[in-house]
Design a protein around this ligand. Structure first.
Ligand code: DC
Length: 222
């Protein structure tokens, strides 16, 4: 495969996008772009400086006064906010929910659009998020939509957080993920949906290697 493709993987929280995208990017020697991390980065700063998450003027100030950068550190893309590495701090459910809230605003989405497109401009990228194939890279070479039932996604996210040593209740994840699904799919701008032409994969009964194998099969077949 000489051509450096743009590969997009969209889907709801907990469908396994990050794990799968990271492995595929590694296998192909591509950049892995986690766009949720960019929304989380802005949300982290919003929570830190305690601004209202649903006021356009506050979010406009946040967007203009915050630097969000992606740096390639030893082959891994890391997100920096105002010069600080925030990779660890943005991975909480609180930040995820706040990211989902602020991502409903056009000002926030526009703020992050160029950064995403510039990162994929030369191809050789696996970009995952909610609107990769529909808005950010509508002309992507391959588009995938990874899904699983809500209950399964809650179970996975709960296990993932417990494995990391966090003490979180199943019910609290259930509540957050339900709210996030609703917000991400029902917002007016760039809602989560399977993009036109996307290959849909239900990860419910598939292991991570099986999902990866499916995706690589489609890509190497072109
Ligand atoms: O993928 P994630 O869980 O890290 O994303 C956090 C939130 O960011 C998600 O609930 C909605 C928002 N997001 C978005 O609106 N568009 C994207 N491309 C990626 C994430």
């Amino acid at each position: 495969m000489d051509k450096k493709f743009v590969i997009t993987i969209d889907g709801p929280a907990g469908a396994g996008k990050s794990t799968v995208s990271k492995i595929i990017a590694e296998k192909l020697g591509y950049i892995y772009l986690d766009t949720g991390a960019l929304y989380r980065a802005l949300a982290y700063k919003a929570l830190k400086i305690k601004i209202s998450l649903d006021e356009v003027s506050a979010l406009r100030d946040l967007c203009s006064s915050t630097t969000v950068e992606l740096k390639n550190i030893d082959g891994q893309m890391k997100v920096y906010v105002d010069g600080d590495d925030v990779e660890e701090k943005i991975r909480t459910e609180e930040v995820g929910l706040a990211a989902s809230k602020i991502s409903t605003f056009a000002i926030v989405r526009e703020r992050l659009l160029n950064l995403q497109r510039e990162t994929g401009a030369k191809g050789g990228i696996v970009a995952e998020g909610r609107d990769m194939g529909s808005v950010v890279f509508p002309r992507a070479d391959y588009k995938f939509y990874l899904d699983a039932k809500l209950e399964e996604r809650i179970k996975r996210r709960h296990k993932e957080l417990l494995d990391k040593g966090a003490s979180v209740e199943y019910e609290s994840i259930q509540k957050d993920m339900f709210a996030r699904d609703k917000q991400d799919t029902q917002r007016e701008i760039a809602p989560l949906k399977a993009p036109d032409g996307a290959i849909k994969i239900d990860s419910e009964n598939l292991s991570v290697p099986e999902v990866v194998e499916n995706i690589i099969f489609y890509i190497s077949g072109k």
